[in-house]
Design a protein around this ligand. Structure first.
Ligand code: AKG
Ligand code: FE2
Length: 353
């Protein structure tokens, strides 16, 4: 694999000072320009070893063409229907209510994790194949999905309150030290986000090998979610370097990005400097996807089925099934905007339960 001339070893400075308790040599992390490469769904299906090598080295991977343009259009229709059911007309840039978190764009409420859009997206063959590759799983090993929600950003021109850059929330989603390297999360992007100032995921490449490992080493007793350490200590101490060496991942519609939950990341909304797209009400739509091997634990299966039937959105941890968000609103099931019955699942979805 092309290593882009980067040093492979992680260099750690031995001198601990109060200002820099982590003491990492950031020079071992590539900046925005280096390291960025995309792969196609065809390369995943052909079982090329390069995508996996890239993923292990940088902690994330972009795969294009996981959805065809027809599938993207179908997912967008399902999104419009879901939002219309909650009185948000996403075709009207001048009259769009906030729905979900306006700062980071995340939607977990109203059974977003069981929206017809999310179930449609997560049951695509290419999406499942990317997770099999990431977890080194054979084609016949059972994958389970989490019930993640989605993310949308409105056009900043349509929203005077909108803050734009949200890159202050770098974090890890890894739940426990030991789980850090195991969990793989991702998203499928449904609207082109190619302009350098468009909304999107921001990653700190290779930080799963550097920052994450160092924090685990230095906090062996830590049992809370790692994201809290990421938020309050490292992120502040190294803010300037993290900003400088992180990069926003440009994505065309129908592409997907997967990353290790031990990779430091955040997202950004669409900046005011982005090329205006007159009439385009929604500037980002990403369906979160997250799958892993089935640990074959009966208690977990029961918990997951209960979350499914109650329309609970979950965090990006299928093996833990931590629920967030509330139940579907009245009429959502009848209107077909959420799926909380096994017989309503799209083809290829039931096997993920
Ligand atoms: O919206 C994104 O690109 C990523 C948000 C995030 O941090 C996550 O889903 O874990
Ligand atoms: Fe995250």
């Amino acid at each position: 694999m092309e290593t882009m001339g980067l040093k492979n070893s992680v260099q750690v400075n031995d001198q601990v000072t109060n200002e820099d308790p982590i003491c990492l040599d950031f020079e071992t992390m590539p900046g925005a320009a280096s390291g960025f490469r995309t792969f196609s769904a065809t390369e995943i299906f052909s079982k090329s070893s390069e995508p996996k090598a890239f993923f292990e080295e940088y902690g994330y991977l972009v795969v294009t063409d996981v959805l065809t343009s027809t599938e993207v259009a179908e997912a967008l229709d399902k999104f419009r229907a879901f939002m219309a059911h909650h009185d948000v007309d996403v075709t009207n840039p001048k009259n769009m209510k906030c729905f979900g978190d306006s700062f980071i764009g995340l939607v977990g409420k109203c059974a977003a994790g069981h929206s017809a859009m999310n179930w449609f997206v997560r049951s695509r063959q290419a999406v499942k194949s990317v997770f099999r590759m990431a977890h080194s799983m054979s084609d016949d090993a059972k994958l389970i999905t989490s019930f993640d929600g989605f993310n949308w950003f409105r056009n900043p021109e349509a929203d005077a309150e909108y803050q734009g850059n949200t890159t202050q929330w770098f974090h890890w989603d890894a739940n426990k030290w030991a789980d850090g390297d195991k969990t793989v999360q991702g998203l499928v992007n449904l609207i082109d986000c190619l302009d350098p100032h468009d909304a999107g995921l921001v990653v700190l490449p290779r930080s799963h090998k550097t920052l994450f490992r160092k924090v685990v080493e230095e906090n062996p007793q830590h049992s809370a979610r790692i994201k809290h350490v990421g938020r309050h200590e490292i992120r502040q101490i190294h803010a300037a370097k993290i900003e400088e060496r992180s990069h926003r991942v440009p994505l065309p519609a129908g592409s997907m990005v997967v990353w290790k939950s031990s990779l430091m990341h955040c997202n950004t909304g669409c900046l005011h400097r982005a090329v205006p797209q007159p009439g385009q009400a929604v500037r980002r739509l990403a369906s979160y996807v997250c799958m892993g091997p089935d640990p074959r634990d009966i208690k977990l299966s029961e918990k997951r089925l209960e979350a499914f039937h109650n329309g609970k959105t979950t965090t990006h941890e299928p093996h833990l099934c931590l629920t967030i968000g509330d139940r579907p609103r009245d009429g959502a099931v009848e209107a077909g905007v959420v799926i909380v019955k096994e017989e309503r699942l799209p083809e290829g979805a039931k096997e993920l339960l």
